[in-house]
Design a protein around this ligand. Structure first.
Ligand SMILES: Nc1ncnc2c1ncn2[C@@H]1O[C@H](COP(=O)(O)OP(=O)(O)O)[C@@H](O)[C@H]1O
Ligand SMILES: [Mg+2]
Length: 290
């Protein structure tokens, strides 16, 4: 029988992880989130995909322009499955030096799994031992880190056993990993892992459709599912436009209104200012959407 062990190995892993990358990290508070009743169609597609235990595509690429709501969707999905299917989440952020590169990506994923409620008791001892045996693994090249800290621990269980365990890994904002070669490298590691059935995971990857990310997804043996996030189509905002009392709703009104104005290239700068600072962002939305 395995017991959760908070050993020296996990401590080293912790020191080399990004605690602010997880969906529930305080550092990201308040995270973008889908207001209830919005993005219903997209969320339903993703929910069905996560819940589907048959051999469907194991990689979903959710892409769309900046500000369109990808992170909000990634957050909502992560939260919904936090106590069931979620194995790990990593939210990249261009502005955060700990989250705009791959340096601690696999150590973070490994630590999240090794300390999670369900996977922890299964994986922690093995991961702890791996790091204790080879402390430098946390500085090894990413391909080896992936093998030792993520893939090999998973081999402790059979595919059938994995069917009932958390298998979802959410990776948000891959384009915010500033080194473009790293974006391709991460996708290449995931691609090889999946095509060689090295890991049982499903990956939800959200990013802008940058040419090199798009190219990487076009790889022959890599058949992800693609879902485009568009501006107004799936939002159903006319039905559910939030009031401006809750903090998130204010954020939502302001940031979305600004971005949408930029996107639509409409000359509403002055009106926008008035609307936002008189607290009437909601009616601006109505105008934009009508
Ligand atoms: N469905 C939604 N409900 C409420 N707020 C949303 C929704 N989609 C996006 N937002 C808000 O719009 C802003 C931009 O969304 P975000 O998810 O960060 O976009 P992206 O990740 O595509 O760049 C954020 O402040 C976010 O909270
Ligand atoms: Mg984002």
């Amino acid at each position: 029988m395995l017991f959760y062990i908070a050993g020296k190995g996990l401590e080293i892993l912790y020191q080399n992880s990004v605690v602010g990358a997880a969906h529930d990290a305080e550092q990201r508070f308040p995270p973008p989130n889908c207001y209830p009743g919005t993005r219903t169609e997209t969320l339903e597609i993703l929910r069905n995909w996560v819940n589907d235990s048959t051999k469907t595509a194991s990689i979903y690429w959710l892409y769309g322009a900046a500000g369109v709501g990808k992170s909000a969707i990634a957050q909502t999905v992560s939260e919904e499955f936090a106590n069931s299917h979620l194995a790990a989440s990593f939210f990249f952020s261009r502005a955060d030096p700990t989250r705009n590169n791959l340096q601690h990506f696999f150590t973070t994923v490994s630590l999240q799994m090794a300390t999670s409620h369900v996977l922890g008791p299964i994986l922690s001892e093995y991961v702890d031992l791996t790091v204790r045996r080879e402390r430098n693994i946390v500085h090894a090249k990413l391909e080896r880190q992936f093998q030792e800290l993520v893939a090999k621990p998973c081999h402790r269980l059979t595919a059938e056993q994995w069917n009932n365990l958390p298998q979802l890994i959410v990776i948000d904002g891959l384009d915010e990993c500033i080194d473009i070669a790293s974006q391709e490298r991460l996708l290449s590691i995931i691609r090889e892992a999946k095509s060689g059935s090295m890991v049982p995971f499903k990956f939800l990857i959200c990013s802008r459709p940058e040419p090199r990310i798009r190219n990487a997804f076009n790889h022959q043996v890599f058949v992800p599912w693609w879902l485009a996030v568009t501006w107004a189509k799936h939002l159903n905002l006319g039905m559910t436009l939030p009031g401006t009392s809750a903090r998130n709703s204010i954020e939502f009104d302001k940031s979305m209104a600004i971005i949408w104005c930029m996107y639509l290239k409409i000359g509403l700068a002055k009106e926008l200012y008035n609307y936002l600072y008189r607290g009437h962002a909601a009616s601006l939305f109505m105008q934009l959407l009508s």
